[in-house]
Design a protein around this ligand. Structure first.
Ligand code: XMP
Length: 526
């Protein structure tokens, strides 16, 4: 396995994803991991990430010295290259200005890392790569034993290597897709140079997780809050295979799910797979609590609080439970751990914003239950979770479903939530999603849904005049859900969906399509 040391770059997770995509297991750890921890990790190779600091400052983060004593290959990326250069006796100079964006690196000396990679050729026939740069400082003097392997117009030492020790540095970012050969380069490093086999595939992940769960849990009983979302569904399927009847799932149906969703959860898990699932129909309780409430954040709080309450009540009825399973995945772990980067003087520099999945992951449980936490997906990225989900026999449609917010339709009905509004929205949404699938558009959208607007509008249908509610359709394309662009859905398709909704959903007289981008508009309407 590969050790990735994080110096706080926004791209560190991407490095890990690329390494895993090439079939090799890796973990991200903070740069200040102790020498003992480094030795205990047993890495076949180490990657030093980029970072926002400058190695020319006195108290800048440095890699643990132990990594240079392991005798394994090391790849430094951006800041990682700079700290490697400095720690091994080279020199780095502070930036006059930052370089950001595309650059072309010319391969000026043979190097195992780049061998055979080429996007263009220069006048002398040397290979040139299109890469993505984002840095200020640069290496100005190589450490002993290194040669320059790549140069750009502005950075003469854009890549360096010491083949005898298998140490490599690149000033650019191979982990981003803008660096065209980046994936090949990382794969070359972990597979060929570090000699790791491509063993990290769905079957191995499952076998590995199952044996670890069995070892951890023994003959204890485990409780899982099943929401119907991807992560908790995959946990349910995985735990069912690992420990069978020792697993009990509680599925709180808050009545704000999509059409048929509650039944589908029961069908898939209880009937089809034989998982023990307790379904709690709490629709009335949620609607009662939401009565008269119009403010989005208040609605979210009410739903979240009640969800935990109902889950706790149900769990308290169960006997002999020792573990609470959760669908925490790797990005959740890194996001909450990596909320900042710790400096050598102990201060913490601001990092990525902390994000907590408040509704999917159930909060405080009754004190007397004293449950231990079981998080079998803690080391997996979303795409890995999906792959093992399919492998575990979950329906593809379930595993590749668009994200659905914890408060469900509660934030897609603007203002007050009522049963009638929820029923109208469910019908309209089901038509929209059915048509997206039928037209092969579902997988091209990152998230698509209908929104209920409690305003009324006139339609003339047949001989009658109707004065009814409005549905807005939303579909966005996004990678990270932080920014999003509205989908350019074909007019004919939109026409068909609008016409079906108005004709088939008694109570809706108008349909609109949302063409707002994020930012400034959010993906959800509330
Ligand atoms: P926004 O609307 O903030 O949404 O652009 C970004 C992503 O987050 C989801 N979302 C939520 N998920 N509880 C959740 O579990 C919430 O309260 C919530 N609000 C938004 C949204 O569906 C989108 O995928």
């Amino acid at each position: 396995r590969i050790l990735i040391l994080d110096f706080g770059a926004q791209y560190t997770q991407l490095i890990a994803r690329r390494v895993r995509e090439s079939g090799v297991y890796c973990e991200i750890h903070p740069w200040d991991m102790s020498d003992e921890e480094v030795r205990a990790f047993g890495a076949r190779g180490v990657i030093l990430s980029g970072g926002p600091e400058s190695v020319t400052q006195i108290h800048s983060p440095a890699a643990p010295n132990a990594i240079f004593e392991l005798g394994v290959p090391v790849l430094g990326i951006c800041y990682g290259m700079q700290t490697m250069a400095q720690q091994l006796g080279g020199r780095v100079t502070a930036a006059v200005h930052r370089e950001f964006g595309y650059a072309q690196v010319t391969m000026v000396a043979p190097c195992r890392l780049f061998d055979g990679l080429r996007d263009h050729s220069d006048a002398q026939g040397r290979a040139v790569l299109d890469v993505w740069m984002s840095h200020g400082d640069r290496v100005d003097e190589l450490p002993p034993g290194f040669v320059a392997t790549g140069s750009t117009n502005s950075v003469p030492l854009a890549a360096m290597a010491d083949e005898s020790r298998r140490y490599y540095g690149v000033q650019f970012h191979p982990e981003v897709t803008h660096t065209l050969q980046g994936m090949q380069l990382l794969e070359r490093f972990v597979r060929e140079i570090c000699g790791c086999e491509a063993r990290w595939d769905a079957d191995n992940i499952i076998a590995d997780s199952i044996s670890r769960v069995r070892e951890q849990v023994g003959s204890d009983h485990v409780l899982l809050g099943l929401s119907g979302g991807v992560d908790s569904s995959v946990v349910a399927a995985l735990l069912h295979q690992a420990i069978g009847r020792q697993l009990t799932c509680v599925f709180v149906d808050h009545g704000l799910l999509r059409q048929g969703e509650g039944d589908q959860v029961m069908e898939t898990f209880a009937r089809h797979m034989g998982v023990r699932v307790i379904r709690v129909n709490a629709e009335e309780r949620f609607l009662e609590a939401l009565k008269g409430e119009e403010a989005p954040e208040r609605k979210r709080k009410i739903i979240g609080r009640l969800f935990v309450e109902v889950f706790e009540e149900e769990s308290a009825k169960l006997q002999g439970i020792h573990w609470l399973a959760q669908g925490t995945i790797y990005p959740d772990v890194i996001e909450s751990a990596g909320a900042g980067i710790k400096m050598p003087d102990g201060t913490v520099r601001a990092g990525k914003a902390q994000m907590i999945k408040s509704h999917h992951n159930v909060g405080g449980l009754p004190e007397n239950m004293k449950l231990k936490l079981l998080e079998p997906l803690r080391e997996l990225f979303k795409d890995e979770v999906r792959r093992i989900g399919v492998e575990l026999g979950l329906p593809r449609e379930m595993v590749y479903r668009h994200p659905f917010p914890g408060p469900g339709l509660g934030v897609r009905i603007l203002g007050e939530v009522t049963k009638r509004y929820a029923d109208l929205l469910r019908k309209a949404d089901a038509i929209y999603i059915e048509e997206l699938r039928r037209h092969d558009l579902y997988d091209r959208s990152s998230q698509a849904f209908a929104v209920f607007l409690p305003v009324r509008s006139v339609a003339v249908m047949g001989d009658g005049r109707r004065y009814e509610y409005v549905i807005a359709l939303r579909s966005v394309e996004t990678i990270d859900f932080m920014t999003a662009r509205w989908s350019r859905l074909p007019y004919e398709f939109l026409e068909r969906v609008a016409s079906r909704i108005i004709n088939e959903v008694d109570g809706i007289s108008r349909v609109t399509y949302d063409i707002s981008s994020k930012p400034p508009a959010t993906i959800e309407w509330e």
